[in-house]
Write a new protein. Structure first.
Length: 637
């Protein structure tokens, strides 16, 4: 029976590992196992496997689809393997199943907040359970339904273990419970101290639970007996194998065997999750750097490092001694099959900041470290450009006349054949760009305290700085235009007379072909987050502007008026199809204007979304972790 494994309470979140990584050295001496082949050379840092074309996007319900990375890009923290063609993986806003050909996204709804899968456990394909934090769900006749365990805002379910479909244990801050196939019964020990809890098992009559005071209790099949505390913290590895423990101070791995504790030296500075097949085959995840994970292997006699990969992995599971899967940050999935390590995620995972295009098969997106992707009929492909700077904005008038701007005054131009670096005369970061023709291009910069900033115009030959004449003050976050003499910008202006407490205002500027005129939008506020970050319009009398922190404004040709907007979301972009069909990217989700009100339109992403762009009945959202999502608008709604 296959098992997944769970971290102890002190390591239930990968964020704790990140904190630990901050004190780890930046380099590591990584030992290799002499009897397992390394496939590290097959990796590239953006997550592309050797045979990326074989990996398809996850299939899911609804109008949203993942396009990059593939199968999806949300952080994964749990994996449970029943068979090579029967695997479950989950994490933030994600639960999906592998059938041997494709990943299929499950439709889940948490009782409170977002779905965050902490653990997956099952005895067979008909008996699967998922721990979401304050509730546990059960797969019943193809649908995920509440397990029947107590659920409340204060409930915090931690770990599950079972010996079969009618013998399942669960523990959390509400106690210890047992499932007999028909219902749950409370089996909490009498002297149990509530809140944090740990649980593992080996057999029906060999289950151990620990409470928040580290009191340990052993179930012998009929009752609990209090036991002496183990010499180290529980790591995991329960299931068909055995539990493992780790002393992080002395870096020692321990197991209890034949009545005694056996200790083995640890090979990495931190150890995460463990999956144990039997007493001679155990796998664990180890860490020496925040951006690397090591596969640790125990062969019955000692531990070795089987391989090290450029991923932050946080979940591991398997179905046989040589068949192991691991999952992690930005949708990372790796499969270890008889010593061969395979990358099972494809695509770029660097942050993407802007998307722009002309048709469904002619879309572009830019991001960090000189990243440029182009969407074609066969998918997204990476394009090399003559810059490694972070790229922040993109615009153009045709597929043979495109501009990209970025850090340190970077401007890149595409003439249909190739990209060229065009000097701008500034080292200020450029964050926005808009073009009406080959000789009319604008680019904006963020405001810098106590320093002049650039506001650039391209006349077909050179970039010139308009700061010496009337032009937008402060930060120019976005452009939108209808013609060379009808161009808008939005951003902010901050008064740094008191540097520790600047007063900032949201701003909009309009260009009539000869000069820029500005307006403050809303009152000044003591916050550098007071800014407009998105703009979109149908015509010069119907324009929308979006604030960084959850507010929207509409221009009717005479003035700006604030329109009620849901929540205090951190927003980034606007795009629309019609007066009554406008979308905003805010946090991990989108917000939709239907002509009457704004309403939340959730996405499957756990990554922050930074920009939107659409064509006809489809639009795309891009953001952190290389996220590219496609939405199919249903005009019949």
């Amino acid at each position: 029976m296959a098992q997944s494994c769970v971290l102890s309470d002190r390591m239930t979140s990968i964020s704790l590992l990140v904190v630990l990584f901050e004190i780890l050295p930046s380099t590591a001496s990584l030992a290799k196992s002499p009897n397992l082949d390394s496939t590290f050379s097959e990796y590239v840092l953006d997550g592309n496997p050797t045979h990326a074309g074989e990996i398809r996007a996850a299939l899911g319900p609804g109008q949203w689809s993942w396009e990059n990375p593939r199968p999806q890009g949300n952080p994964l923290s749990a994996v449970f393997v029943l068979a090579p063609d029967d695997i479950w993986a989950g994490g933030q806003r994600t639960l999906m199943h592998w059938d041997g050909q494709d990943w299929h996204l499950a439709s889940l709804r948490a009782n409170e907040g977002d779905v965050v899968v902490r653990q997956i456990w099952g005895s067979d394909s008909q008996s699967i359970w998922v721990v979401l934090g304050n509730e546990i769900l059960q797969l019943r006749e193809g649908e995920w339904v509440p397990s029947g365990l107590p659920t409340s805002y204060f409930a915090e379910w931690g770990q599950m273990w079972g010996a079969g479909p009618s013998d399942v244990w669960a523990t959390g801050n509400l106690g210890v419970f047992h499932w007999d196939g028909a219902g749950w019964s409370n089996r909490t020990p009498d002297s149990w101290e509530y809140l944090a809890a740990t649980l593992w098992g080996v057999a029906t009559d060999d289950v151990t639970a620990a409470d928040r005071l580290s009191q340990y209790f052993h179930w012998d099949g009929s009752s609990w007996q209090q036991r002496e505390r183990p010499p180290a913290d529980y790591l995991g590895g329960f299931g068909p194998g055995e539990p493992w423990f780790y002393n992080d101070l002395d870096r020692i791995l321990l197991r209890f065997r034949a009545g005694t504790w056996e200790s083995y030296p640890g090979l990495t500075q931190a150890v995460g999750r463990v999956w144990s097949y039997d007493d001679s085959q155990t796998w664990a995840l180890g860490y020496d750097r925040w951006d690397l994970s090591s596969f640790l292997h125990f062969n019955g006699e000692g531990w070795s490092i089987a391989d090290t990969v450029p991923h932050v992995l946080s979940g591991i599971g398997g179905s046989a001694s040589g068949q192991v899967w691991a999952v992690g940050d930005k949708g990372a999935i790796l499969r270890l099959d008889q010593g061969r390590l395979e990358e099972r995620r494809a695509g770029v995972v660097t942050d993407l900041s802007r998307i722009f295009g002309f048709s469904e098969d002619e879309l572009w997106t830019v991001g960090f470290s000189g990243t440029l992707l182009r969407r074609t009929a066969s998918g997204w492909e990476r394009i090399q450009v003559p810059s490694n700077e972070n790229l922040n904005g993109m615009g153009g008038v045709s597929s043979s006349d495109l501009w990209i701007v970025g850090e340190r005054g970077t401007s890149l131009h595409f003439d249909g054949d190739g990209w060229a670096n065009v000097p701008t005369g500034t080292i200020d970061p450029l964050i926005s760009v808009w073009a009406s023709g080959p000789s009319d291009v604008w680019a904006g910069t963020p405001q810098r305290p106590f320093a002049p900033t650039a506001f650039l115009h391209w006349d077909g030959n050179t970039w010139s700085n308009w700061r010496g004449q009337p032009s937008p003050f402060g930060s120019v976050q976005r452009f939108w235009g209808f013609a060379p003499d009808d161009v808008w910008t939005v951003g902010s202006y901050c008064d740094y007379s008191h540097p520790v407490d600047p007063v900032c205002s949201k701003t909009s500027y309009h260009f009539d072909g000869s000069e820029w005129t500005g307006r403050y939008v809303g009152p000044p506020v003591h916050s550098i987050n007071e800014s407009l970050v998105g703009i979109w319009g149908i015509d010069s009398r119907d324009v929308w502007a979006l604030a960084l922190i959850g507010a929207s404004y509409h221009w009717d040709g005479e003035s700006w008026s604030q329109v009620e907007f849901p929540g205090s979301l951190e927003c980034g972009s606007l795009w629309g199809r019609a007066t009554n069909d406008v979308f905003a990217a805010c946090g991990n989700d989108t917000v939709h204007w239907d002509g009457v009100r704004w309403s939340l339109l959730p996405t499957p992403s756990a990554q922050q979304l930074l920009d939107l762009w659409g064509v006809d009945s489809k639009f795309w959202a891009v953001g952190a972790g290389g996220t590219i999502l496609r939405y199919q608008v249903n005009d019949k709604q």
